[in-house]
Ligand binder design. Structure first.
Ligand code: SF4
Ligand code: SF4
Length: 360
């Protein structure tokens, strides 16, 4: 178990609510250094699972980096961030996607991603994140990654309940990012009309201009966007980092307003379901679950990105779950007829992964 805050950029520790000190299970199924979604660790080719490429893993995505996280990276002097800092500086120099709100997904990339992510996620070199280090398979800006990257796990130890928890946390952090970005813009004197009209200018779907397609900058638009900060973008980002680094809990609560309470309630509920799940009395097999018999007689069962290998005798019990009798009676029957004793933990893992679902 480890506290939630350990998964997030450190500067949040100063002001996020105490909930982030709550301990959660370590997501040991997401073995990023030896990616669990790459073929050698997953199902054989016969299975209908799309494996990720070891050279891309799940980093086939261009995150939006909030201004204050860009500033935090620029201000960080640790050598392990050298490569990330170099890449960020290069991006700022090129100006594509460089806005006062942070470093956005370039419009051309966004258009490609919306068409290609369904089949290309985890497998396309063209979708690779600009901060991903292909040779080492690592993230060069890890300490300052955004809400999406901090909360993404292909597999979770609590199955679907774990995924729901991370999704709620991601929703909260995304809202935190928007509020803090806007706080920084207002504090740094960026035109308020522009902020309210378009909080994240590159978030909306719009047709591409010739400049967008060629990733050229319309200098006039760029100057208008940045105003007096044009040419001093690095300085601006560092200033936003300092603004956020100086926040305390009280100020932060004011910035977040009532949204904070709503998110907290959602996260607490999801946390309880993840850590203290209640098993329905009657379960049935989920017919969306993929089943693959392996040469050694064991079975791989899979749903979404969750894959488990179970011995043949356990699969025989799994098959018995047709939703007609209570779990406790079914387990007694299995013991009597097949001589197999199954523990409730087995059912819980299958239920949390939705291989088994509540029967009507
Ligand atoms: S989270 Fe990404 S890198 Fe980590 S194991 Fe899953 S797919 Fe691989
Ligand atoms: S920022 Fe890091 S974790 Fe996120 S997609 Fe890029 S390389 Fe992967």
């Amino acid at each position: 178990m480890k506290p939630i805050i350990d998964e997030l950029p450190r500067l949040y520790a100063n002001f996020l609510p105490d909930f982030v000190k709550t301990k959660i299970p370590v997501e040991e199924l997401a073995t990023c250094n030896d990616c669990a979604m790459c073929q050698k660790n997953a199902l054989p080719k016969t299975a209908s699972i799309t494996h990720f490429l070891p050279e891309t893993k799940c980093c086939t995505y261009h995150p939006m980096l909030p201004n204050y996280l860009v500033g935090a990276l620029l201000a960080d002097e640790s050598p392990e961030m050298n490569e990330g800092r170099k890449r960020i500086k290069e991006k700022i120099k090129n100006k594509t996607g460089i806005i006062p709100q942070g470093i956005a997904m370039p419009k051309k990339y966004k258009a490609l991603y919306s068409m290609a992510s369904e089949k290309g996620f985890g497998r396309s070199y063209s979708l690779l994140c600009p901060y991903y280090e292909k040779a080492g398979g690592s993230c060069t800006i890890w300490k300052f990654r955004n809400a999406v990257c901090s909360t993404w796990f292909c597999k979770t130890v609590a199955g679907e309940d774990g995924k729901i928890f991370w999704k709620k946390l991601q929703g909260y952090l995304a809202d935190v990012e928007i509020h803090l970005i806007n706080y920084c813009l207002v504090s740094a004197g960026i035109n308020a009309d522009a902020i309210i009209k378009d909080p994240l200018p590159f978030a909306s779907q719009e047709s591409l201009t010739a400049e967008d397609i060629d990733e050229r900058i319309n200098e006039e638009e760029y100057q208008n966007l940045w105003g007096e900060w044009a040419g001093k973008e690095e300085e601006f980002y560092i200033k936003t980092f300092e603004l956020v680094a100086n926040l305390d809990k009280k100020w932060f609560e004011k910035i977040m307003g009532i949204n904070q309470q709503i998110h907290l309630k959602k996260m607490e509920d999801a946390y309880l379901k993840m850590t203290r799940p209640i098993l329905p009395g009657k379960l049935k097999r989920n017919n969306k679950t993929g089943v693959f018999k392996m040469p050694d007689g064991s079975y791989n069962i899979a749903l979404g990105m969750a894959i488990y290998n179970i011995p043949g005798f356990a699969y025989q019990i799994f098959e018995m779950f047709d939703g007609t009798i209570l779990n406790k009676d079914l387990l007694k029957k299995a013991k009597k007829e097949k001589g197999v004793a199954i523990k409730e933990d087995f059912l819980l893992t299958f239920y949390q992964n939705r291989f088994l679902i509540e029967a009507d």
